[in-house]
Design a protein around this ligand. Structure first.
Ligand code: NAD
Length: 281
């Protein structure tokens, strides 16, 4: 069994991105800029945003965090997004989710200029991805995709099973695997026999939010298993895959933590740089 080291892969990606930013600075005399809007004082969101800012600075991006209190009016946020849309120094805009209840998430997402939508949540980017056109791709599935491709560059004809159908993970993951000519099955909470589906898979991507759902006898020998789950349990953070059992069968597996997680932030930086590059054409 091979451990797919997301921490190492993310560090390598950040080093490549840092080099790219240096080259972009020389060519354009400016660097890509990432602006994050953070509303309220939810601790996990604050930690995520702090890590995003730190990583952005590390690769040489211009980064800014705009903070609002929980009680901020929706209009104030929408007006700020519109201002950022027309600010040439801002290449990427991210509004940290979840949002307070009085703010309409869909409205916020749709107000972000699709060419600056580094989360890839705007319907225009979702549509472009499913049509096979160039688009921003949500950071977590993009990270999974890069890890899979690094390990197995040719995915032609592979059977992939995606567990979970969220807009954030499962659905974009399916599109990325389809683009690589995989035969993809997308499974979810109403799937009849999840074990039987998983047993067919050369590649399993689990993005469910149920600790250790995917068991050792659900996985055929030689499968690649990507675990997106981050679940707090009494024994600490665990994934959606039973690591000890599955690692005995699988050809390769991502650990939790240290697998998909580190790639997510690196992919946010990649998306910001890609938005900048597209804006310079
Ligand atoms: P979600 O709650 O939006 O979606 C979960 C999906 O799992 C749904 O489509 C649901 O149908 C499916 N599901 C639920 N029960 C199921 C079952 N018994 N069998 C099969 N499918 C079932 O979750 P999400 O936002 O996609 O997140 C999934 C997990 O990934 C969570 O643990 C989350 O913390 C983690 N996550 C990790 C990262 C990262 O950077 N590593 C990023 C985002 C989310």
């Amino acid at each position: 069994m091979i451990l797919i080291d997301g921490k190492k892969a993310a560090a390598e990606l950040r080093a490549e991105l840092k080099q790219e930013v240096t080259e972009l600075r020389e060519k354009h005399n400016k660097v890509p800029g990432l602006t994050v809007i953070l509303i309220g004082d939810l601790t996990p969101s604050q930690i995520y945003v702090r890590n995003k800012e730190k990583s952005a600075n590390e690769v040489g991006l211009k980064s800014e965090v705009i903070k609002y209190p929980e009680s901020v009016e929706e209009k104030t946020v929408l007006d700020k997004i519109k201002e950022l849309n027309s600010d040439e120094t801002v290449s990427g805009i991210l509004v940290q989710l979840p949002l307070p209840k009085h703010i309409n998430k869909q409205k916020v997402i749709e107000t972000i200029d699709p060419s600056k939508d580094v989360d890839g949540f705007h319907p225009m980017n979702v549509g472009n991805l499913s049509s096979g056109y160039e688009s921003s791709v949500p950071c977590t599935p993009l990270g999974c995709y890069l890890l899979i491709k690094k390990f197995e560059p040719n995915l032609n004809g592979k059977k992939a099973v995606v567990v979970g159908r969220s807009n954030l993970n499962g659905k974009p993951m399916t599109q990325l695997l389809l683009k690589e000519n995989c035969t993809v099955t997308i499974t979810h909470s109403k799937t009849k026999d999840l074990k039987a589906e998983c047993l067919e898979a050369d590649i399993i991507v689990a993005a469910v939010g149920i600790p250790e759902l995917v068991r050792g006898d659900w996985v055929k020998k030689d499968a690649i298993v990507i675990d997106v789950g981050i679940n707090k349990t009494d024994k600490g953070i665990v994934g959606d895959v039973h690591f000890d059992e599955v690692s005995k069968n699988a050809k390769a597996i991502t650990p939790v933590p240290g697998g998909v997680g580190p790639m997510t932030i690196a992919c946010l930086l990649k998306n910001t740089i890609d938005c900048f590059k597209r804006s310079q054409i």
